[in-house]
Design a protein around this ligand. Structure first.
Ligand code: C5P
Length: 291
């Protein structure tokens, strides 16, 4: 068995509508996500038994509270053979940003383990394990741009938008996902017809409809995030939006030079920013499918 290294990209929610609260406490979502090239690097090496996790820099815990650790446990539990893995996460995706870094790492661990062990698990089994780990994890086995529904576990691939430059910017403290969902007024919402129509066609059209329902509850208590959205728009970014429950925002640029200039401006103002490009392919999916 050979060690495997997989890039684990961040996601952004181009559209995030929360349809309503479910009996199980989760919320039914309707969200269009795409991957961007801000990536963690996940390396998995064989070990006789037990799971060993190293996180560099140590921005998240290396124990069972880490989704990547639990992904490895779940993999060996389903495979049903004794085995272990030494996992290294090289973290670049900011933690608590709504960028899906923890979920992406977990999916990359599943993909790397499956490749390392000769692909004993089928795609459906990997997706089942992914859904058990967290609402966002199954998306990271998609082609890279997808509509997710249910609590996030139902994933339908969409055609990728043509590659676009954007800035990902982060403000202040992380936002708790459970807190943000819990603040939403109850009631049922539906996805407007034009968005449905756009989703059936080109993802480009969806970009012009970027929308995140959670901004309504997050911005009033996080004026720093509302201000960052306004700042990105003032720089010229469009569309601009919160990803997940935050605390990261994205702002699309017409070309690379603009994204670089905006990122430099935000950094000069004391902020954190990354110049990114949307991904047309998902490196995790490729690793899971090709031994
Ligand atoms: O599934 P995951 O652990 O990522 O979800 C974290 C929290 O976010 C959940 O405990 C729940 O409070 C909230 N959530 C939700 N509806 C979703 C996804 C997450 O209410 N579809």
């Amino acid at each position: 068995m050979q060690a495997r290294t997989v890039s684990a990209p961040a996601k952004i929610n181009i559209i995030l509508e929360v349809l309503g609260r479910r009996a199980d406490g989760y919320h039914d979502l309707w969200s269009v996500l795409t991957l961007v090239d801000l990536c963690d690097t996940v390396t998995v090496a064989p070990r006789k038994r037990g799971i060993l996790l190293a996180v560099r820099p140590p921005v998240v815990p290396p124990g069972p509270e880490n989704l990547a650790f639990r992904a490895a446990e779940a993999f060996f539990g389903t495979w049903g053979r004794p085995g272990g893995a030494a996992i290294t996460l090289r973290k670049r995706i900011p933690v608590g940003g709504g960028l899906g870094g923890g979920s992406s790492d977990a999916a990359a661990v599943l993909a790397a383990l499956n490749a390392m062990t000769g692909r004993p698990l089928m795609r459906e089994q990997l997706l089942e394990l992914a859904a058990g780990l967290g609402s966002d994890v199954p998306f990271f086995f998609s082609r890279g741009t997808a509509l997710i529904t249910g609590r996030g576990e139902q994933v339908a691939d969409l055609p990728p938008p043509s590659p676009r430059w954007l800035v990902v910017a982060l403000a202040g403290e992380p936002v708790s996902t459970a807190w943000a969902y819990g603040r939403l007024p109850s009631g049922k919402r539906r996805v407007p017809d034009p968005i449905w129509t756009a989703a059936a066609g080109h993802t480009e059209a969806l970009l012009s409809m970027a929308f995140n329902r959670l901004e309504e509850v997050v911005f009033p208590v996080r004026p720093d995030l509302a201000a960052l959205k306004a700042r990105l728009a003032a720089l010229g970014a469009a569309p601009v939006g919160l990803t997940g429950t935050g605390a990261a925002l994205f702002g699309f640029a017409p070309e690379r030079a603009a994204a670089r200039a905006w990122s430099a401006a935000l950094k000069a103002e004391g902020g954190q920013a990354w110049v990114c490009r949307t991904l047309r392919e998902n490196p995790i999916r490729a690793a899971a499918l090709v031994g």
